[in-house]
Structure formats: structure tokens, C-alpha cells
Design a protein around this ligand. Sequence first.
Ligand code: FMN
Length: 249
Amino acid sequence: MVSRICDSTWNEQIRLTSYFKSTRSRKLPLNIVPVDIDLSGHRKSYEKRTLLESEVSENPMQQFRIWYHDAEESGGVEEANAVTLSTLGIDGYPKGRVVLLKRYTHEGFIFFTNYLSEKGRAITTDPRVCLSFFWPTLERQVIIKGIAEKIAENLSDGYFESRPEGSKLSAVVSEQSSVIASREELERKLKGLEQKYEGQEIPRPKHWGGFLVRPQEIEFWQGRPDRLHDRLRYQLQPNFDWKLERLAP
Ligand SMILES: Cc1cc2nc3c(=O)[nH]c(=O)nc-3n(C[C@H](O)[C@H](O)[C@H](O)COP(=O)(O)O)c2cc1C
């Protein structure tokens, strides 16, 4: 693993921190509405289910399968496969953003993205990632720490081929995470590509494909009354068994 934060990054942090300290006391311009919204009264009691050692599978992927099925089938969760992917950025900051889980197997969790995007570059530098699902209607959360790796090219080809034409073209046209001049420029480039590929197969860009996250740790969280939640954590052992432990809420 590389050392993530070099001295110059730290110096930059210190410089920014003192800048914000010095501006915080300044008066807001008149055209800015001050923002200060109190959410402390938002309070929900979690009462629906329990999570007990006696109820769960020995294997966390089996347990995930049960919970994922509940999320899809019990209704109320609109995109059960939407998951927050957190990476360790090249700039030293952690960053989370939503991606769509497209497959899970006994090996781990697969999503697709642009390998040259901010997340793609972050993973290339440090493959340690976190995936977190929140299924509000079930009052459940699953947090997965794991190691991401690119999947085989033929698997990325297979998934890319299954995508609708518009999504394929978007993957080709978008230099994901880079600054662009305008929406118009993006749409102009897209029109050009539509003409170029009219009546032809759109090839998968080499920098677009899947990542497999191999889990090292999976935590299942079930909301309970009075914030006394259930948390069960599986950790992968050197002999590839999973150790199950209860965590304090
Ligand atoms: C519901 C939802 C699903 C998304 N699915 C994906 C996805 O599967 N792959 C992807 O690269 N970005 C997806 N995005 C966009 C990402 O959240 C993010 O904006 C994009 O990947 C760029 O992130 P980055 O600049 O940190 O690399 C999705 C966003 C939302 C809200």
C-alpha cells in the first residue's frame, strides 16, 4: 500500500483550514439567505425486526442473499441494488457515491464504471473500498469492507453488450469525472457518435468495465427500538472461515 498523504497535501489542508476559520466570522452578502436548519427533532423508532445469532447463516454471502431478497420482494425499496461505494482518494479524502450492484456471487459484489473516473483511479491506487446499502423500509443497513479488482474483459464485454444503445453511447462519450465546458458540448459529441455508429455495434471502451469487490468484512445492521440496534459482523479469517461477532450499537 502506498502512503496516501504527502506533506504538500497536509500543508494544503492546513492552509484551507485557516482560510475557512478566517472567513467564518465574516458577514454574509445581503443576497445570500443564511442556512441553519435544525433537524434534531427528526426521530424515528425502529421496531420492525430483530437480528439474532440464532437466525443468521454461517456464511455472510448466504445471509446477504436472504436480506437482498427481502429488500427486493418485501416492497418499498425502490432500487435495492443502489449502493454507496466509498474509496480512498488520491487527494487523501475518502469519497462515497452511489453505484448500482449488477451481480453478486460467493466471490463478491460486481458494479460497472469508468476505470479512469475519480473512483476508478482511486481504486487503482488503493483497492480498499467500502460498499454500504441502506434499505429504509426494512430498517436495515449492510456495510461491506473489501478489496476491489477489475473483472475479466470478456465479462465486461458481456455486460456492455446487454446494455441499451443509449447507455452504451453514454459510456463512450463521457470522460467520467473530468470537467467539461457545457451540457451542449456533451450532447454535440453524443450526436457525432450516434452518426458514427449508426447501424453498427458500439464497442466497449477499454476504460469501462466491472469491478469485483471481494469482501473481507460484512456487517448486518438491524434497527431496534430506543437505538439499541442489532449489529452482527462477519470477518474473513486466514483459513477463509468467517468469524461472527456482535457489535455494540
Ligand atoms: C442511483 C444511482 C446509480 C448510479 N449508478 C452508477 C453506476 O452503476 N456506475 C457509475 O459509474 N456511476 C453511477 N452513478 C453515478 C455515480 O454516483 C457518480 O456520480 C459517478 O460514478 C462519478 O463518480 P466519481 O467522479 O466519484 O468517480 C449512479 C448514481 C446514482 C444516484
